[in-house]
Design a binder for this molecule. Structure first.
Ligand SMILES: CC(C)(COP(=O)(O)OP(=O)(O)OC[C@H]1O[C@@H](n2cnc3c(N)ncnc32)[C@H](O)[C@@H]1OP(=O)(O)O)[C@@H](O)C(=O)NCCC(=O)NCCS
Length: 188
């Protein structure tokens, strides 16, 4: 695995490694998408908290804990239009991680999120050599459900009161994608 987290590219997007330099851009993205994002995950309201969060995410790659990205349209390197990340990366017998994502409301329904996640899955199953990616959503998040289905994720179960989000414990549907070409780099 590269010592530096790589940029990822898709037809219309550049995915840049998350880092504190993007704190203001992330805050702008989350503020203008507040109502769109808050039902499904926490957002930052202060620059300092966005900076601290992004500093943590920037460390994840080096520590083997994940890979967080900010999404930019190819023609605009300034404006964050979404996020996509791998977190809770675990080696050993698991060789898996969890995936999270979101896209600007104005770009929803354009296939951009799918494009970004295809690139991220390529990283997970290619250079990172993982066996499993998990992704979880609330049952009423129909767009998230459809997106994961299109990407080939299979429903594996349901977890009650799985995450405390937007003021209450929320049930989640649990899905996963298995790497058909997985090979042990270093068998346990
Ligand atoms: C969940 C979320 C990322 C889904 O985004 P999305 O835009 O629906 O997902 P996709 O990128 O797969 O886009 C699919 C849509 O683009 C359309 N589309 C248009 N052009 C396309 C193209 N070139 N390629 C593929 N799809 C295209 C598809 O027909 C589909 O439209 P439809 O849903 O109206 O049928 C988005 O709703 C979101 O950010 N929600 C808030 C945050 C959130 O819920 N995060 C996940 C928590 S679990």
């Amino acid at each position: 695995v590269d010592s530096q987290q790589p940029d990822l590219h898709s037809a219309r997007l550049i995915l840049r490694p998350a880092g504190p330099a993007f704190a203001q851009a992330l805050l702008c993205y989350q503020q203008r998408n507040c109502e769109h994002l808050v039902p499904w995950g926490p957002i930052h309201t202060e620059l300092s908290s966005a900076q601290a969060f992004l500093a943590g995410r920037a460390n994840d790659w080096g520590e083997g804990r994940g890979a967080s990205y900010l999404l930019f349209l190819r023609e605009d390197a300034e404006t964050v239009v979404g996020t996509a990340s791998l977190f809770k990366l675990e080696r050993g017998m698991m060789q898996g991680c969890t995936m999270g994502y979101g896209i600007d409301r104005s770009l929803q329904g354009t296939g951009l999120m799918r494009e970004a996640l295809a690139a991220l899955i390529g990283l997970a199953f290619g250079p990172l050599g993982l066996h499993r990616i998990q992704a979880n959503y609330q049952a009423d998040n129909v767009r998230s459900a459809a997106l994961l289905e299109r990407l080939g994720f299979a429903i594996e179960g349901r977890a009650s009161q799985y995450l405390f989000l937007n003021g209450a414990w929320r049930d989640h549907v649990l899905t996963a994608l298995i790497n058909p070409d997985f090979a042990w780099a270093d068998p346990p």
